[in-house]
Design a protein around this ligand. Structure first.
Ligand SMILES: Nc1ncnc2c1ncn2[C@@H]1O[C@H](COP(=O)(O)OP(=O)(O)OP(=O)(O)O)[C@@H](O)[C@H]1O
Ligand SMILES: [Mg+2]
Length: 318
């Protein structure tokens, strides 16, 4: 039974033991160039050890999706991703029948029958005409190799989908009327992410461990830049991290996430810039800010103050 006392998987046991506790998770993620703090590493470790799905919420670009990829890399488990969107339904999340292949098959059978053969349409709704979507793929995975299942941006799906997922997370089984019930021998390692554009169902949250990923501190952001863009000169990274941190305190439509910090750093390197200064800052704001109102606000009002903060912040960090 999967519902009470989760089934054991040799692969997951090996993965959990191989990680050597919370410190081991921090270290293993660092090996994948993913910088994490102990609280997130603890949540991840517990989600593997208990096992329970891990629900990650946080602003855009703080590393929610990336952690599932890093988890797959450190455990050696394949990554199965369900990208959620408005209108996502069972046909795209779990399974559907391949109608065009079924039609072709019927025509072939008809032709055979016309030529004097017998017509046997029995396997028309058999496994070979089943299109397996991510949730079914995750259920069908073997005990030896349960995957990492990333259910990404669940808040984008309609809230009825939470109810469906709730059932799935409890039983790890789906019933296909034509085929019967398919049950997982062992549940996958599940990461659910949400940008919180709507609240997820309480009942669903109760099934999960929960962790909110904050924007990184300046120190952590510097570590992320160093991990992801090792070529970035340290003084430039310090200036960039300080500028972005100051920008996040402003009342903007959309403040930059870590992804934008990395884009901006890569842009500076591509332009051969070693020090933040005008006009390059104002010319490259489009890598950091994605609303014209924000760009204009920084250009018109905020720039002198932000640059002042960069100057004092950089002095104290170099
Ligand atoms: N802690 C981190 N260590 C290393 N890289 C990070 C970290 N956090 C974010 N990144 C990088 O920032 C980028 C954005 O991360 P990711 O796509 O996981 O964000 P997200 O939270 O899923 O954003 P969204 O809500 O927009 O989907 C990726 O390139 C990722 O590598
Ligand atoms: Mg994401």
């Amino acid at each position: 039974m999967v519902g009470h006392g989760p089934a054991k998987s040799p692969h997951r046991e090996r993965a959990v033991h191989g990680l050597h506790g919370v410190d081991g998770v921090v270290e293993a993620l660092a090996g994948q160039r993913y910088v994490t703090d102990r609280s997130l590493a603890t949540a991840l470790y517990l989600s593997l050890a208990l096992p329970k799905p891990l629900l990650l919420e946080g602003e855009a670009g703080v590393g929610k999706t990336e952690i599932a990829k890093a988890l797959s890399a450190i455990t050696g488990a394949p990554l199965i991703r369900l990208q959620c969107y408005e209108g996502l339904d069972i046909a795209h999340a779990v399974y559907e029948w391949d109608y065009s292949r079924q039609m072709l098959h019927i025509r072939m059978l008809e032709a055979q029958a016309g030529a004097g053969g017998t017509m046997d349409a029995d396997d028309l709704f058999g496994p070979r005409f089943l299109v397996r979507r991510p949730l079914l793929q995750a259920i069908e995975a073997t005990r030896e190799m349960p995957p990492v299942l990333l259910i990404d941006e669940l808040d984008r799906a309609d809230d009825e989908f939470d109810a469906f997922l709730l059932e799935l997370l409890s039983d790890w089984q789906v019933t296909i009327p034509e085929l019967g019930t398919i049950k997982a021998t062992v549940p996958p390692m599940v990461i659910i992410t949400s940008n919180r554009t709507r609240e997820l169902h309480d009942a669903l949250k109760r099934r999960c461990l929960y962790h909110w990923i904050e924007y990184p501190t300046v120190q952590k952001e510097l570590e992320i830049i160093a991990a992801r863009i090792p070529d970035a000169p340290k003084p430039l990274s310090v200036q960039i991290a300080t500028f972005v941190q100051a920008l996040r305190k402003e009342d903007l439509w959309k403040v930059p996430g870590v992804a934008e910090t990395l884009d901006w750093t890569a842009a500076m390197i591509a332009l051969g810039i070693e020090e933040l200064k005008n006009p390059i800052v104002l010319d490259t704001l489009g890598t950091l800010l994605k609303h014209q109102e924000d760009v204009v606000r920084v250009q018109r009002d905020l720039y002198p103050r932000l640059v002042g903060e960069v100057a004092s912040g950089s002095d104290s960090r170099q």
